[in-house]
Write a protein that binds this ligand. Structure first.
Ligand code: CXF
Ligand code: ZN
Ligand code: ZN
Length: 371
C-alpha cells in the first residue's frame, strides 16, 4: 500500500513529504493507521545530524493510532485496538525486560537505524529502503511496526492527547519520579521546560517535591511550568542557583533534571552545582552521540557523593507505565491538554519544527488525514 510520510534524506536539509510504499505485516508485526504524532525534539536532532541515524528515515517516534491488520503470531493487539506506540519496544524476555527495565530492552538496538527484527524494512520508495525513526516512523499515515512497540489503551481515551505518552510524557515524568526518585518535601530543579521538561515538572510535583524550580530562558515556557506545578521559575541558572541556596538554607537541591533542547557541558555543570550532598543529576536531553558534554570536578562529585545518571524513557516500563500515566491523565493528576500548543497537518511538519526551534511550542501534534 501507499503512505504519505515525512522523510529526512540528508542531515541539515529540510524534511520532505514523500509518497512511499509499505509492505503488509509479517510475523509479529502489525499495520497501524497513525491518527496522531507528536513533534519531539529528537526528530530534529536527526534532521540536523545532531543524532546520527541511518538515512533516509521516516521521522516521528511519538505516535498513536488504530491497528488495521495483524501479522501471524501477533498476540498483544488485534485489529481495531487503539494503541499508543512506545519509542522503545519491549520484548518481555531479554535480561532488561525480565528485570523490570523495559526502557533498555535489547530490541531497542536498531531505533536509530529504523528497521525491524530480522533485517526487515517495511518501507520503500524512490531511494531504496527507508528506516523508521525508533522502528515507528509516526510522521506517516500508516506504519508497519512490531507488536512489541504497541501498547493497547482504552477506546475512550482521546488519542490526540494520549499520543504524548509515547515519548515526551514518560520521558519527563519518569526522569523525576523514577530516575531522580523524587520524594516528598524535596527540592528539584528542572533545566529546560519544553515537551520533556514540563512533564518532569509535573512528575516532581506529583511525587511530592516541596520546591520545583524551573529554569528556561523563554517566558512562555516558564509560565507553563508555573501553571503545571513549578513553585519557582527563572530565566537563568545563576538566578535559580541563588534561590535554591536560599530555599534550602545552603544545602542545595536534591535533584536536577536536565531536559534542554541540546545537552551542553554548561548545562551539566549548572545542574551539578544546583544539587547538594547526595544529590542526583539526571541527564535526559541529548546531543551528538560522541559529544563530550560532561566536564565536572570529579573530586567534588566524590566528596559530596553526588550522582550523575542517564535516563531513557524516564526509566519507565512502557507496558505498565503508559496505561498508568494515562490513568493519571483521566483522574486529572497529570495534564496533557494544557501542554499541546498547536496542531499541524503532515504537510506542516517542517513548520512545526520551525515553531519548536523558535521556542513557540511546548508540544506540537500532527493530526493525520486519511483518504
Ligand atoms: C530519543 C532517545 C534516543 C533515540 C531517539 C529517541 N528519545 C526521545 O526523544
Ligand atoms: Zn522523543
Ligand atoms: Zn527486552
Amino acid at each position: 500500500m501507499k503512505t504519505k510520510a515525512a522523510v529526512v534524506y540528508e542531515a541539515g536539509k529540510p524534511i520532505e513529504i514523500e509518497e512511499l510504499t509499505l509492505d503488509g505485516p509479517r510475523e509479529g508485526e502489525v499495520l497501524i493507521r497513525y491518527t496522531h504524532a507528536g513533534l519531539c525534539h529528537s526528530d530534529v536532532h536527526i534532521a540536523h545530524g545532531d543524532l546520527e541515524a541511518r538515512l533516509p528515515m521516516v521521522l516521528g517516534h511519538e505516535g498513536a493510532g488504530i491497528i488495521e491488520e495483524v501479522g501471524p503470531g501477533v498476540t498483544r493487539v488485534k485489529a481495531g485496538d487503539h494503541v499508543v506506540c512506545s519509542f522503545i519496544p519491549n520484548c518481555g524476555t531479554c535480561r532488561y525486560c525480565a528485570s523490570g527495565q523495559q526502557s533498555i530492552c535489547d530490541m531497542g538496538a536498531t531505533i536509530l537505524e529504523g528497521y525491524l527484527p530480522g533485517d526487515r524494512w517495511p518501507i520503500s520508495g524512490p531511494r531504496g529502503r527507508y528506516g523508521a525513526m525508533c522502528m515507528l516512523g509516526t510522521f506517516s499515515q500508516y506504519g508497519v511496526i512490531h507488536q512489541n512497540s504497541a501498547v493497547k489503551v482504552d477506546d475512550d481515551l482521546p488519542l490526540d492527547k494520549a499520543v504524548l505518552v509515547g515519548c515526551g510524557v514518560p520521558t519527563g515524568w519518569g526522569s523525576a519520579v523514577n530516575t531522580a526518585n523524587v520524594k516528598a518535601g524535596q527540592t528539584v530543579a528542572v533545566f529546560g521546560v519544553g515537551g520533556i521538561g514540563i512533564n518532569a515538572v509535573q512528575g516532581a510535583r506529583y511525587a511530592g517535591a516541596k520546591y520545583v524550580v524551573a529554569i528556561d530562558p523563554l517566558e512562555n515556557k516558564r509560565e507553563k511550568a508555573m501553571e503545571l506545578g513549578a513553585t519557582h521559575a527563572f530565566a537563568t541558572a545563576a538566578e535559580a542557583q541563588e534561590a535554591i541556596t536560599q530555599m534550602t538554607r545552603g544545602q542545595g537541591a536534591d535533584s536536577a533534571i536536565l531536559t534542554p533542547g541540546l545537552m551542553t557541558s554548561q548545562i551539566v555543570s549548572d545542574g551539578f552545582n544546583a544539587v547538594g550532598k547526595g544529590g542526583t543529576v539526571v541527564l535526559t536531553g541529548l546531543n551528538k552521540l560522541m559529544e563530550q558534554n560532561i566536564e565536572l570536578p570529579g573530586t567534588i562529585l566524590t566528596l559530596f557523593r553526588k550522582k550523575i545518571v542517564g535516563s531513557l524513557f524516564g526509566d519507565c516500563n512502557p507496558t505498565v507505565d503508559i496505561p498508568k500515566i494515562l490513568g493519571l491523565y483521566q483522574s486529572g493528576d497529570l495534564k496533557l491538554d494544557e501542554i499541546i500548543t498547536r496542531t499541524y497537518t503532515l504537510d506542516q511538519v517542517q513548520e512545526g519544527y520551525d515553531d519548536l526551534l523558535a521556542g513557540k511550542n511546548v508540544r506540537g501534534v500532527v493530526i493525520h488525514e486519511h483518504p
